[in-house]
Design a protein around this ligand. Structure first.
Ligand code: NI
Length: 262
């Protein structure tokens, strides 16, 4: 069985003590590819995931400014992102979007950073990884106004059926994480059930949001197996089928350019 963790924060300090062992455990669990998210602690460092991708064949990287850090992104940061988007192992821009739960950056500043990075992704013909929290209507408004050329994914999808339908209508993929294993997450499982197989991705969002039975502990990419198993149940598919199709979807969405250049 071959799995792909389409969203993890391998740069996180929680992995400083045993990062190589975490990667080894993922490979042993059947995770062939991991997408390291490059938003890290925010600007000026934009390359926390690129560094990991340069060291490991199984790791690809994103670059981007998280909505939390939007206020720290001066205009030269976006110039640097444009350059990094050409790096052979950078396969998406993200995670980008709007977060009205924490409001760490003022909303108009979040929106401006989101819009700039959508334009940058379109220009680079890269897909985007979307973070949205308590900002569903505004996120959709911005996405509708900024057509992409290589699509994207709603990472750690937490919406229900109607949000899923709206995201799918815009052409997006939906990525499901540990939340799908939580007892109270029936709405999320309903969203997964109506998502066509060819639009599904799986992710851990490690070190956050560990699936049951690891809930509340540090998450790691090897735990993707539990997420794939629960998603398979929601879809009425086998775990092998989910592993295969989500890997193929990831390759189609994110690795087209990387594979062309090999
Ligand atoms: Ni994340």
């Amino acid at each position: 069985m071959t799995l792909t963790d389409s969203h993890c924060h391998l740069d996180d300090k929680q992995f400083d003590v045993d990062r190589e062992a975490v990667i080894e455990r993922a490979l042993a669990a059947g995770v062939r590819t991991m997408l390291a998210i490059g938003t890290g602690d925010g600007p000026p460092d934009l390359e926390c995931a690129v560094r990991l991708a340069e060291e490991h064949a199984c790791i690809y990287a994103t670059v981007g400014v998280h909505p939390h850090n939007a206020a720290a992104a001066a205009s030269e940061i976006f110039e640097r992102l444009r350059e990094l988007a050409r790096h052979p192992k950078v396969v998406a821009i993200g995670e980008i979007g709007l977060d009205y739960h924490y409001d760490f950056s003022p909303r108009p500043v979040q929106r401006a950073a989101f819009e700039k990075q959508l334009a940058l992704a379109a220009e680079a013909e890269l897909p985007v990884s979307i973070h949205t929290r308590e900002a569903w209507a505004d996120t959709l408004d911005v996405l509708r106004a900024h057509p992409l050329r290589a699509g994207g994914v709603f990472h750690c999808f937490t919406g229900g059926a109607s949000e899923a339908e709206q995201a799918l209508e815009l052409g997006f993929h939906l990525s499901f994480g540990g939340i799908i294993t939580f007892p109270k997450a029936d709405a999320v499982r309903e969203a997964a059930a109506l998502t066509p197989l060819h639009r599904l991705l799986v992710e851990t969002d490690a070190p956050y949001l560990a699936p049951v039975p690891h809930r509340g502990k540090r998450n790691e990419p090897a735990f993707i197996t539990g997420i794939a198993r629960r998603l398979a149940l929601a879809k009425g598919a086998s775990e092998e089928e989910i592993a295969g199709v989500t890997t193929k979807n990831f390759e189609r969405l994110c690795l087209r350019r990387a594979q062309d250049s090999l």
